[in-house]
Write a protein that binds this ligand. Structure first.
Ligand code: FAD
Length: 567
């Protein structure tokens, strides 16, 4: 293809300037003084606010990446909304939200997270990238990619650079790059070129739209006691989930004043063609979540957009290569929006890419590290995927879903978040010492997910008018706070052992609660206990014994929070 201007060489070229590409550009600039980075983005800037993209709710890892690793706290605090955690209502078919079980925190937990208007954020990220010296070319569509041959990452510098061309305003331009990063989202340019696409077992669909008004969930009832349960009484700042069999509906407020609404469902229970237009989605809400239907019915004229994805979850055979290319964000893989891990995986992937580039700049070989980082990244993907696959039927269960959420979060804050916050992701010596423990925890998680699924098949699904208050679980709030500790090597090892103990104790408690009420669950419980025994197996040295007062709080407070209301 003929080029209209001189071709430049850049050390890093990032194809796609969305969330993953722009944050990577900023991370590279922050870490390597003077590094030459170019970002080529299809959409002209500024992009529209509110009705831009999904990926609006952040959780702890993604939030920490944005506010601390990238240093964007002032923007997040002043231009976006501080999130009031996540919140779930078992409100299927109901208008009386104060009469159903609510799972959430009565006060904001210590580690911050944010509701992000993606339009506002991407405009800011692009301006910031330009201010930091990134060459940001908007309105430019990447057309062709030529990847340098194998051996690029041997440290010898012998292989030639990568080369891309893009089209902008009718002109074709090109550049060469030492490192080529695919951050093109679902377009997945390198993935397609190298045949890296991989399906997974998680079949799920989603639709979403933005309404140019606030959805004032706090006003859905006049009940003063219900309103007073939260301090401040601002549930609207939460990511609110209205849940039912095989689906959940998200309500996410945006700083621009709009509200994002999404329906995410297992197609074996709710086929996509029953809710894949705005009118159909409204009829669907009228049946399944009528209080939200009432709220939206009078605001139809404020609709800003409507979109959907069929089978949004997928894997990818490889995301990092010693041949100096990498995939980040949705150009690689995507799990599920429940628990909002999209930004987390961007944070983790970008961090590994920076590590590989650091090695390369230091003249060190990449082969082993690219391979190990790829394996570790995929193991995070596999263990997180287990939280979702086949689990959507549980969403209708006010008894089992809260247990699952507590378990999933104990796993998330206790394992993956500790590694990210304490900067141990790329520390292969630390990771290899923890290898067995992490593998046991991963298997325990699978066994617990199986147990929860079995439990939900027999559970009575009682739905009392109570709040299951996560802030009232002292160990759970402490686990969240502990992410901000400063730990040395030994402290980090002990922290991970403590997390394993907590998972062990919680798993035992979950099994005993479920199988005490439902003896048919005993076989399933046994599988969990066998795996839990392995997690507790190195319980020697400085670990308190199982029946010590130090270990009882997990079980006792868990019991107090989740079960008395069901008696
Ligand atoms: C239904 C749903 C809900 C979600 N909710 C959440 C959530 O609440 N929280 C969360 O953290 N994550 C969420 N996610 C995930 C989130 O959307 C992604 O993590 C995030 O948007 C991915 O960012 P990205 O940069 O990889 O892709 P994008 O933001 O899509 O960016 C890719 C960019 O590449 C550009 N591009 C594409 N092709 C070309 C080309 N040929 N040339 C140049 N540029 C190109 C595009 O214009 C785009 O700007 C959700 C995902 C789904 C499917």
């Amino acid at each position: 293809m003929p080029l209209s201007s001189t071709e430049h060489h850049h050390y890093v070229v990032i194809m796609g300037g969305g969330l993953a590409g722009l944050t990577l550009a900023l991370q590279l600039k922050k870490r390597f003084a003077g590094i030459d980075v170019q970002v080529v983005e299809r959409r002209p800037h500024p992009v529209p606010i509110a009705a831009h993209k999904v990926g609006e709710s952040s959780v702890e890892i993604g939030a920490h990446y944005f506010d601390t690793v990238l240093g964007l706290k002032p923007h997040l605090q002043q231009q976006q909304l501080k999130k009031f955690g996540f919140r779930f209502f078992f409100s299927e078919g109901r208008r009386d939200i104060d009469q159903v079980t609510e799972l959430g925190a009565s006060k904001v937990l210590p580690v911050p997270s944010y509701q992000i208007d993606r339009g506002i954020f991407e405009n800011y990220l692009a301006e910031e990238a330009r201010a930091q010296g990134v060459t940001f070319i908007d309105g430019a569509v990447v057309k062709e990619i030529h990847l340098a041959g194998a051996g690029a990452g041997t440290g010898t510098g012998s292989a030639g650079p990568h080369r891309i061309t893009w089209q902008r305003d009718g002109d074709v331009q090109g550049a060469t790059a030492t490192w080529l990063i695919d951050a093109c989202g679902r377009a997945g340019l390198i993935k397609r070129k190298l045949g890296l696409a991989q399906t997974n077992a998680h079949a799920c669909d989603a639709v979403w739209f933005r309404i140019k008004d606030r959805i004032a969930i706090d006003d859905w009832t006049d009940n003063p006691a219900w309103r007073a349960r939260c301090t401040p009484p601002e549930r609207w700042r939460s990511t609110n989930h209205l849940v039912g069999a095989g689906y959940w509906v998200w309500l996410i407020p945006l700083a621009s004043g709009s509200h994002s609404v999404g329906i995410v469902a297992d197609p074996s229970i709710h086929p996509l063609d029953t809710y894949n237009t705005f009118d159909k989605a409204m009829e669907w809400l009228r049946t399944y979540q009528p209080r939200l239907f009432d709220e939206l019915d009078g605001k139809r004229h404020l609709l800003q957009d409507f979109a959907f994805f069929k089978r949004f979850s997928y894997g990818c055979k490889q995301v990092f290569s010693a041949d100096r290319w990498a995939l980040t964000g949705e150009a690689g893989l995507f799990l599920d929006p429940f628990y909002s891990p999209g930004s987390d995986f961007i944070a983790i992937g970008n961090t590994y890419i920076c590590e590989l580039i650091a090695r390369d700049r230091a003249g060190q070989p990449l082969g082993a590290h690219a391979q190990i980082y790829d394996q570790v990244f995929h193991s995070f993907y596999d263990s997180t995927l287990a939280l979702y696959t086949g689990q959507y039927p549980i969403f209708a269960d006010p008894e089992v879903l809260p247990v699952k959420v507590i378990w999933d979060y104990t796993y998330y804050w206790g394992v993956l978040s500790q590694m990210f916050f304490h900067d141990r992701l790329a520390d292969l010596s630390s990771m290899s010492k923890l290898k067995d423990e992490l593998a046991h925890c991963q298997k325990l998680n699978l066994a617990v997910q199986d147990f929860l699924r079995a439990w939900s098949l027999v559970s009575k699904k009682r739905n009392p008018a109570v709040m299951l208050d996560q802030a009232a679980l002292p160990w759970f709030a402490e686990l969240n706070r502990s992410l901000t500790d400063t730990l040395d090597e030994d402290g980090f090892r002990r922290r991970m052992q403590k997390s394993a103990r907590q998972l062990h104790d919680l798993a035992v408690e979950i099994c005993s609660r479920g199988s005490d009420e439902h003896p048919s669950l005993q076989a399933s419980a046994l599988q969990v206990l066998l795996q839990a025994a392995k997690v507790g197996a190195d319980d020697s040295s400085d670990h308190p014994p199982h029946d010590s007062p130090e270990r009882r709080p997990v079980a006792c407070s868990f019991e107090r929070m989740l079960f008395p209301a069901l008696a």
